[in-house]
Design a protein around this ligand. Sequence first.
Ligand code: GTP
Ligand code: MG
Length: 369
Amino acid sequence: LGFVPRGRQRTPKLDKLTKEIQLNMKNSAPGPTFEQDREAVRVRLQDIVTRCNSFPSGTELHVFGSSKNGFGAPNSDLDMCLAVPEGSDIGDPAQVMGRLAEDLEREGMLEVSARLTARIPIVMFTDGLTKIECDISLQNPLAVHNTGLLATYAGCDVRVREIAYAVKRWVKAREINSPSDGTLSSYGYVLMLIHYLQRTPGSPVVPNLQSIAASWSGEPSKVYEGEREAKLRYVQHPTEPNSRVNCYYYKPKGEKERGRLKDLSMRNRESSGNLLAGFFHYYGFEFDFRKHVVSLSPQMLEKDLMGEVHCWPCHLGLTIQDPFETFYNVGHVVKLWQFHRIRREFARAYTVLTEGGGLDMLCEKPEEV
Ligand code: GTP
Ligand code: MG
């Protein structure tokens, strides 16, 4: 790779980095009214959907992605999806979404365009009032659930968000965050980060929220308070009507339960600077991408095993298991040559940080090739 891995250790340089990481989040994270402001846009759009009569009554517009997952920025796009009541027939999805595009244009939305033949049809536009970039997809319940899962991980410990904001800045600056160019989505990078934070040396920074009910069974019965309320949830798979997906995860209901999750995280006392360097070291030098799958499952999944269980073709590139759609590779968009670039970026990032470079150097624009 051209980079020599160095042992990970706590150094004064990384303490300085921790301060930079904290400042970066302060500068990048949106203000306190962010979610409310976006909710106001959603309400206006819900009104258009209801009035225009293209969808059955009871159709709901939901927000997902970085507007709600704890990793958003003021300029993040607003991802939304329509949930049509179970059992109602909307006819041809492409046609009905085409009508939605016309309705939105008539109601003052700007730059309306649509991808109607995609796996999940989608309409893209800019909100005329706030100028926020929006997209609306059809029947995407899993995105709403995985957004809730990421938001719960984000709430486990402040370091999760601090590191995620640094990683998002790094992937955008180094131009490795564009699925249409064969690199990885933000969603994919956040899953890679959570996988790492579940496996930090010593104590994990975050627990496994999808298996926490089982793993906490040996503890006092109080631990079950949240679990009892979070029922086993199944949603219909959007493109495979006969398969159901288990969307259970532990969702704390009140301050006491949130505190319990925070206590678990506090068992790991590493600084954000050390954890960020550890994340880069893990994927730059430790993780065997040929053999292993990046997954939030408690075991380390091997590609051969995945082939057996989920009939995935075993391939050389980046494999990231979706936490709910366990047969879906979030990394399938990544082209092999881009994957090698991404790996080199992880190695470079580790070297930059451990040689005293700060966030600015980490996020330097790549040289033209
Ligand atoms: P930025 O837009 O870069 O700020 O980040 P984001 O958090 O909005 O991430 P991204 O645009 O990559 O994805 C938005 C949301 O779409 C995610 O939070 C997921 O809920 C969903 N999503 C994105 N990619 C996938 C995918 O491959 N599979 C599934 N099931 N959901 C996805
Ligand atoms: Mg987004």
